[in-house]
Design a protein. Structure first.
Length: 202
């Protein structure tokens, strides 16, 4: 008999893959990667990202609804909560906290026009089909909403870290033409990544 965690992974893969063997393999690889880092504390970079959100997302309403994509564990949600963003829902293939919903960023399990902000830290490079992910983000965001993401660049892609966007232009092309660029800056340390804030006005 397979260990309990292996059986649970198999059930999750089945939930998300809908019989597509190639996508099932992708999901399984992502879940194993997530499980391997489920106790990782990334607060040092997360706190920087949350500060960027508070600095640049100036039109957020009071108590905004925030969607954290791929938070993996509670540290990301705690960072936002301690900075005043208390109405946060996470979504992950392998949730490890009651505030995190089991779901796939390619098919977000939320209503249209639901969130004021999407927060995605080192997530989009894992996408199977980023065009689908971008459409899902736009669908669940309200008017006058924001998307923050940090994406690594200039690295060797593989089966888990799948997409190197390389430039902001290669990233923004997946979003509507009227999407407003609020921020796009490289990391200030030796990390090769872009930190991006977009605003969706209608």
């Amino acid at each position: 008999m397979k260990p309990l965690h292996s059986r649970r992974i198999a059930r999750n893969v089945q939930d998300f893959s809908d019989g597509d063997s190639e996508y099932a393999e992708y999901v399984e690889q992502q879940i194993w990667k997530t499980r391997g880092k489920q106790f990782t504390n990334s607060r040092s970079r997360l706190d920087i990202y949350v500060d960027l959100v508070l600095e640049h997302c100036t039109a957020l309403p009071a108590n905004p609804k925030v969607l954290s994509i791929g938070p993996r564990n509670h540290f990301e949600l705690d960072s936002m909560k301690e900075s005043g963003l208390t109405n946060v829902t996470g979504v992950d293939l392998w949730p490890t906290d009651p505030r995190i919903v089991k779901g796939d960023m390619h098919d977000l399990p939320f209503d249209d026009d639901h969130f004021d902000l999407i927060f995605a830290s080192h997530v989009f490079e894992h996408s199977y089909d980023f065009a689908k992910v971008a459409k899902q983000c736009v669908r669940v965001l309200k008017k006058n909403s924001y998307l923050f993401c940090a994406i690594p660049i200039d690295y060797e892609v593989g089966t888990v870290d799948r997409v190197d966007f390389e430039t902001f232009e290669n990233f923004i092309k997946y979003f509507p033409e009227n999407t407003e660029k609020i921020l796009c800056e490289p990391a200030v340390d030796s990390t090769k990544e872009l930190r991006i804030v977009l605003k969706f006005n209608d």
